[in-house]
Design a protein around this ligand. Structure first.
Ligand SMILES: [Zn+2]
Length: 483
């Protein structure tokens, strides 16, 4: 399928503004529109404003330059780190420079830091005398440490939760469990990366706690990523309250395959050292920057990305890109429409990666005005071009903006109703009724580098980024400036 280019998108937009567009290019993807009343129309908005927003987006390098500074100058921005604090200060100052009303809203965050990370096979079939094999490993976020000298234990390779469930506990007890569950590369490359990721990531999220319950002494998971560059991809793992916590790391796909191959031939023993630590909680912040509406200032259109990142790379794709896109969207809409009817609110979230405290703090602090949040957008899938709009929310609240959603979304691939919030920081406000929107982006490139040491500025493609701004800036303009 070819990309419907921006010229076609522009044409549909133009027709829509003059009231003659077929508003649904994909009627099959529009189950809710016919029976809901749309109170947010873009039918009569001026063509010149719409064109100006899109033209600015098409030429803009502002968002890209923000990504450059966040990733190259500030660097990795793990929650609680000095770099995360610097990102708060920097983005707040940039938004003030754009003339927005800026404030910091407190978020108390966990401060977890990575330590030593070493692994080697100390026994395996065919081992040459006196040798060991190095295994690349990185700690999963928020995990506990091994003793300083590490642990040595037999390796047990598991491919699925069903397989783990069927094993008697005495076969798991005392072992280091390797979850060798593969990302479905074919599905991912065929465009179903969201589903492929969601399936594979369960082993990172829940594998360590499942293995601990059966008596394992540590867990390794095959990295959830699409590349084959021998990269370890970190990410969060969670232990339910009361579950015994064990050290957990991620290994590159290549190392997982090596261990799985050797384990088929005979006994494998591994030595593992992971020494992460939890430091005292820190006071951090969400950055809030408002362009106040001049007619319905209490009604809010929220545009966001997350300031924090993992610590292995410099968080360029995840999520400096999302922050840069959100900043640019607000900048462009403000320059074309300095006085929108509704308030446009930029949010730079803190702690998306290892806790989600920023999203929860916002939902709590703004509980009484969430009914006035018209919609919330988050960018958290890197730089890839948008291929549709993902939208989560009730028929009533999504229905109220469906005309705008379809006018913008249909030319690029449709408006896809999803059950879970398409941006994890938006989950708490989405659960409270706020429609959550994210562009469904081409994420093949993204999952090659996501959460790895290779998530660096050189991976960011400015032209792809601009395509996101070109689609979302008009969307935000139309939502914030209705008739
Ligand atoms: Zn992210």
């Amino acid at each position: 399928m070819s990309w419907l280019d921006i010229t076609n998108a522009s044409m549909v937009w133009t027709l829509a503004l003059f009231g003659s567009a077929p508003l649904s290019a994909n009627p099959g993807q529009n189950p809710s529109r016919a029976d809901t009343k749309d109170t947010t129309s873009i039918m009569s908005q001026t063509q010149s404003s719409a064109d100006a927003v899109r033209d600015m987006a098409h030429k803009s390098s502002y968002g890209y330059e923000q990504v450059r500074f966040l990733s190259n100058s500030i660097g990795p921005r793990l929650t609680g780190s000095p770099q995360a604090a610097a990102a708060v200060t920097y983005v707040a100052q940039q938004m003030r420079a754009l003339g927005l009303e800026v404030r910091l809203e407190p978020v108390t965050v966990r401060h977890w830091v990575r330590g030593r990370e070493e692994a080697e096979l100390v026994r395996y079939p065919g081992q040459a005398e006196g040798t060991r094999q190095r295994i690349l490993v990185t700690a999963l976020g928020n995990t506990v440490a091994t003793p300083d000298e590490g642990i040595t234990a037999p390796l047990l390779v598991i491919e699925s939760f069903v397989q783990l469930e069927e094993l008697p506990a005495d076969q798991v007890k005392g072992k280091i469990v390797l979850f060798d569950s593969r990302l479905d590369d074919f599905a991912a490359e065929a465009g179903r990366w969201e589903q492929a990721y969601a399936t594979a990531v369960q082993y990172r999220s829940n594998g360590p706690s499942q293995a601990a319950r059966k008596g394992a002494v540590a867990t390794l998971v095959r990295s959830v990523g699409s590349g084959r560059f021998r990269l370890a991809h970190t990410g969060l793992t969670t232990f339910q309250d009361g579950t015994r916590q064990i050290p957990a790391g991620a290994v590159p796909a290549e190392d997982a395959e090596l261990m799985a191959e050797l384990a088929k031939e005979g006994a494998v023993e591994i030595h593992l050292v992971l020494t992460p630590r939890d430091l005292p909680s820190e006071q951090s912040y969400n950055v809030i920057a408002d362009l106040k509406g001049n007619q319905k200032s209490e009604e809010i259109v929220l545009v966001s990305g997350h300031l924090d990142s993992w610590d292995l790379g410099t968080g360029a794709l995840d999520d400096a890109t999302g922050v840069g896109i959100a900043m640019d969207v607000v900048r462009i809409v403000k320059s074309v429409c300095p006085h929108p009817r509704r308030t446009i609110r930029f949010v730079g979230w803190m702690n998306e990666e290892n806790g989600g405290a920023g999203g929860r703090a916002y939902a709590q602090a703004h509980a009484s005005d969430l009914a006035n949040h018209v919609a919330a957008v988050e960018f958290d899938y890197g730089d890839g071009r948008p291929l549709a709009l993902n939208v989560a929310g009730t028929d009533e609240r999504v229905g109220a903006i469906s005309n705008v959603l379809h006018t913008i979304g249909d030319p690029i691939g449709g408006v896809l109703r999803v059950s879970d919030s398409p941006g994890s920081d938006l989950e708490p406000i989405n659960e409270a009724g706020v429609p959550a929107i994210s562009p469904l982006q081409d994420a093949r490139h993204y999952f090659d580098y996501h959460h790895s040491a290779a998530d660096t500025f050189d991976k960011v493609r400015v032209d792809e980024m601009r395509r996101v701004v070109e689609v979302i800036a008009p969307l935000v303009y139309a939502l914030a400036h209705p008739d």
